[in-house]
Write a protein that binds this ligand. Structure first.
Ligand code: FE2
Length: 428
């Protein structure tokens, strides 16, 4: 007797007619036609089943504050930081937690069960850190939050930030953050990268810094982070977030840097939605894949000083990554889907992740036949499973065309688009 069996699933590697059996929170069998009964049975009807989505970069503490006290008129990063600083002193831990919880539940309903929260520590009271640590514990039965201690106003530049970083580490954050481009000079930025990597190394924590987060082709912070990753042997424990300047580096320097990033084993975390609003340029996603760099994606911002829209659905991000990055081939688009699943899990260091015997029974059933269709349609998550229990569902999406007394169910899949009999009549 199993707790849950999902029958007739398609997996993202293309395997079809697969059953997935779960017991005591773990996947215990993955095969065709598994014998046995289960408390819950889901008929996947040939739709795609994946491990849960990974959102590797999110500012939960600022989410849902759009327009308060004003909205960002230029869309630029620094205007957003100024607005956030006017708002920050008015916040309470309880209020931050309520907003963050709402976003986490949106993400969860969309199949994201792993989320890394960049959390501002440039507040002597550390209200956001307190809120997010409480929320991480509260939501643990449903999803895993990783908390980054993020010095939004600069680690060396902000009086007291060195001390609040130390306190945040004592309070139990998972990741040491940084923002070297926002330090007062390039040299101080490099110093901050070195100090923060050493700090993380001493405490056995992960590293995720906002690096080269400017369109400036002269920015040189990722190379310092790469060198520190190699010097301290931190490998995949380090992530470089954003990196838009890489898109504007000359090709000689960019190619040398990307090769070194691959050698270091570090991850790059890309946030295509805010890359569009803040800089109008992303990073070299296609070339980073080619160089062998592990890439994760993040939503970054929802309804806050940096992004005026948002759903917390990582498929929205994947869609923008394909468009903004001109990732035209099926191979590249499949890699984007891997980035919101397996590559994201590698970046966050998630154990027992995947669809195989012994993995955690955390799964998502999508109303799509394959990963590329999932990115294109951003379809309903028909079921979200955590440790073998169904924790969220959505009804199937359908549309009915009513035309000249006839009714026809519209199918948005590529296969059937061409044989809809209304195609010609509607275009007349
Ligand atoms: Fe960010």
């Amino acid at each position: 007797m199993f707790d849950l069996i999902i029958r007739n699933a398609t997996l993202q590697d293309g395997r079809q007619n697969i059953d997935i059996a779960c017991r005591e929170g773990k996947i215990v069998a993955v095969a065709s036609n598994i014998d046995g009964d289960a408390r819950d049975v889901i008929d996947a009807e040939g739709f795609l089943v994946t491990p849960p989505f990974v959102d590797a970069h999110f500012h939960l503490d600022g989410a849902l504050t759009h327009g308060n006290p004003m909205s960002n008129q230029s869309g630029e990063l620094y205007e957003g930081i100024n607005i956030w600083n006017r708002l920050k002193d008015t916040l309470t831990a309880e209020e931050v937690k309520d907003r963050a919880r709402r976003i986490c539940l949106w993400a969860l309903a969309n199949g994201t069960l792993h989320l890394r929260a960049q959390t501002d520590i440039c507040d002597p009271k550390l209200r956001a850190i307190e809120a997010l640590i409480e929320l991480r514990d509260e939501l643990r039965p449903l999803m895993d939050l990783q908390i980054v201690a993020f010095p939004q106003d600069g680690y060396l530049r902000t009086p007291g930030a060195v001390e609040t970083m130390a306190r945040a580490i004592e309070m139990g954050v998972d990741v040491v953050g940084g923002i070297p481009d926002y330090e007062l000079t390039a040299a101080l930025g490099q110093q901050s990268v070195r100090e923060l990597c050493e700090l993380a190394h001493r405490h056995g924590l992960l590293v995720d810094m906002h690096t080269d987060q400017t369109p400036d082709p002269q920015s040189r912070q990722v190379e310092t982070l790469t060198a520190e990753t190699i010097r301290l042997g931190l490998g995949s424990r380090v992530s470089a977030s954003h990196c838009p300047s890489l898109a504007n580096f000359d090709d000689y320097y960019a190619n040398k840097l990307m090769a070194q990033m691959a050698v270091s084993g570090m991850n790059v975390v890309v946030c295509p939605l805010t890359a569009a609003t803040c800089w109008g340029v992303m990073t070299r996603v296609g070339e980073l894949y080619e160089a062998g760099v592990n890439i994760a994606f993040g939503y970054d911002c929802v309804l806050d000083p940096w992004y005026p829209l948002g759903t917390a659905d990582i498929l929205d991000v994947a869609h923008m990554a394909v468009v903004f990055g001109r990732l035209m081939s099926a191979t590249q688009q499949t890699r984007v889907f891997e980035s919101i699943t397996y590559q994201g899990a590698k970046a966050l260091g998630i154990d027992r992740y995947g669809i195989a015997e012994g993995c955690n029974a955390d799964l998502v059933l999508l109303q799509a036949r394959n990963p590329i269709e999932a990115i294109r349609l951003q379809p309903p998550r028909l079921a979200v499973v955590r440790r073998g229990k169904i924790i969220a569902t959505q009804p199937k999406r359908s549309a009915m065309l009513l035309f000249e007394g006839d009714e026809r169910l519209i199918d948005f899949t590529q296969k059937n688009l061409m044989d809809t009999k209304f195609d010609t009549s509607l275009s007349n």
